[in-house]
Design a protein around this ligand. Structure first.
Ligand SMILES: [Zn+2]
Length: 510
């Protein structure tokens, strides 16, 4: 997200105990879905038998014995309703890991309601008597698990599903949720509405940080990435776009279904759909990378002019961070006046104000493009490490200007950030997640690192970081560890000072 937005004040109910235990757990290097409650679920304990399989070469004659049979007790639990993220304790759910979402939506510009089915293919990480999905609003019509009707209840923004038989640990299972109604965006005092935003002839999505579950049910936390397919039906003549690549347009009578595939893993908050009067402009980027921009038709000429340097930007960022991590890129410019931009994966979302040829517009475009590496390909294990997204994207703005704008002085800009005397940045609350400190002190940290280790090591670090954690999850500890390896000594104290000293130390000179 670009930093036109500043403070947020969404309150959570995190307790100190939850905060400490989650911090330790995540810094221990765990990946997705760490939290699962241990209470027995409503389903009776089951037992199941499994035959131990022994792999052997095909040429070996099997011995004439029966393979041993093992029996274990299945004690289904209730999957947890949150992952204990310090900033958003209720986001995400325990007990499973989503592999893919197939989101089927019927939407019309003249109708504020949508009719939708979301299919979730997941793998259980426990024996599950019940499990949660995050979902805000809508009337849920049915929930099927592996094709069979399942019981469900709603508790706030939790959809609690009890399948007719327990889902066994490590099993693949599917969930189909059918729902409809007028989307009810969640409110954020600084970002504004997040979720499915309907402005009349156009609808679009704002997902960060907690808006995804206001338009589709799922595991709404960036630590559980999945691939997505979007099947969006609109009246023929209306354009429907989403992340990834258009695989098919299927006309049926007066309706056309647009099918978009996001085949690389994606965090839920980066999922996007837009419908309305759009013009799709295609092009080619570096090494044949397909580009597709989606412009509100009224703005198409100005937006095309403003975004004319996208291919060049990708090429320059690739020279620093390594190959662009996805199979396509482009800008979605909506004819609306919101005060932010968002790095929706492969299709960054911009308001109409981007459609001007100015340095400010360029900075925002570079910022969202940088997030495709830092934020999208490398996504957060926990929201509190947001500086790994925003500090990197903000510093990339400055790198771009240093490269392309004669007279731009990056040291002077970083000093201007330092003069603001930001406090520590690795423990933001949901109130301060998008505060300027995460952006500007985050950028200062990277600049201090660059001036300390020199350009050669610094850019090797950025490239290695983007490559090592491509399409994976990151936290501050992982970055510090990688930097320490490059520098050849522990850099924990360096980062502790630059990230968390009461104010930033004096910037090293060039
Ligand atoms: Zn950003």
């Amino acid at each position: 997200m670009d930093r036109a937005t500043t403070r947020r004040s969404w309150r959570t109910g995190a307790t100190a105990g939850v905060a400490v235990s989650t911090l330790l757990f995540l810094f221990a290097g765990c990946s997705s879905n760490p939290a699962t409650s241990q209470q027995p679920g409503p389903t009776d304990p089951l037992t199941r038998s499994a035959t131990a399989a022994t792999a052997m070469p095909a040429t070996t004659v099997p011995p004439a014995t029966v393979a041993p049979t093992t029996t274990r007790t299945v004690q289904p639990i209730a999957g947890a309703g949150g992952l204990g993220d310090v900033a958003f304790p209720d986001l995400g759910n325990g007990g499973y890991d989503v592999a893919s979402y197939t989101i089927t939506i019927d939407a019309r510009p003249d109708d504020p309601s949508i009719r939708a089915t979301t299919r979730i293919d997941a793998i259980a990480t426990n024996d599950l008597g019940s499990f949660h999905l995050d979902l805000h609003g809508f009337a849920v019509r049915s929930v099927n698990v592996d094709g069979s009707p399942a019981a469900f209840t709603r508790e706030g923004d939790e959809l609690i599903v009890t399948p007719s038989t327990a889902v066994l640990d490590d099993a693949d299972f599917s969930v189909d949720v059918s729902y409809d109604g007028v989307p009810d965006p969640l409110h954020d005092p600084d970002i504004g509405r997040v979720g499915w935003i309907d402005i009349g002839p156009t609808s679009y999505v704002v997902g960060e940080p907690h808006g995804a579950h206001a338009w589709f049910p799922g595991n709404d936390h960036p630590s559980d990435k999945a691939i997505f397919e979007f099947r969006v039906s609109v009246p023929t003549g209306v354009v429907a776009v989403a992340n990834g690549t258009l695989s098919e347009q299927r006309a049926a009578g007066a309706t056309t279904m647009w099918i978009w595939d996001q085949s690389e893993p994606m965090a839920t908050y980066l999922a996007t759909v837009a419908i309305g009067d759009f013009t799709i402009q295609t092009g080619v980027g570096p090494h044949g990378l397909p580009l597709r921009n989606v412009f509100a038709t009224r703005l198409a000429a100005a937006a095309a002019d403003a975004t004319a340097r996208t291919a060049e930007m990708i090429e320059v960022l690739e020279s620093w961070f390594g190959p662009y991590p996805f199979s396509t890129y482009g800008a979605l410019v909506v004819d609306d006046g919101f005060g932010f931009a968002l790095e929706t994966q492969t299709l960054s979302l911009f308001p109409r104000s981007i459609a001007v040829r100015t340095t400010a517009s360029q900075r925002i475009q570079v910022h969202e493009l940088a997030h495709q590496w830092f934020g999208d390909s490398l996504s957060l294990s926990r929201w509190q490490d947001i500086w790994l997204n925003e500090g990197f994207a903000t510093y990339t703005e400055s790198l771009w200007l240093e490269r392309t704008q004669p007279g731009y002085d990056i040291d002077r800009e970083m000093q201007s950030f330092a003069n603001k005397k930001y406090g520590p940045i690795t423990h933001p609350t949901s109130d301060t997640l998008f505060g300027d400190a995460e952006y500007e002190r985050g950028a200062i940290v990277l600049h201090a690192l660059r001036r300390t280790v020199g350009d050669e090591i610094f850019f090797a670090i950025l490239r290695d970081y983007a490559t090592t954690f491509r399409h994976a999850s990151v936290d501050t500890a992982a970055f510090v560890s990688l930097v320490s390896r490059h520098v050849g000594r522990p850099m924990n104290d360096f980062f502790e000072q630059w990230l968390n000293a009461p104010t930033t130390p004096a910037l090293p000179s060039r």
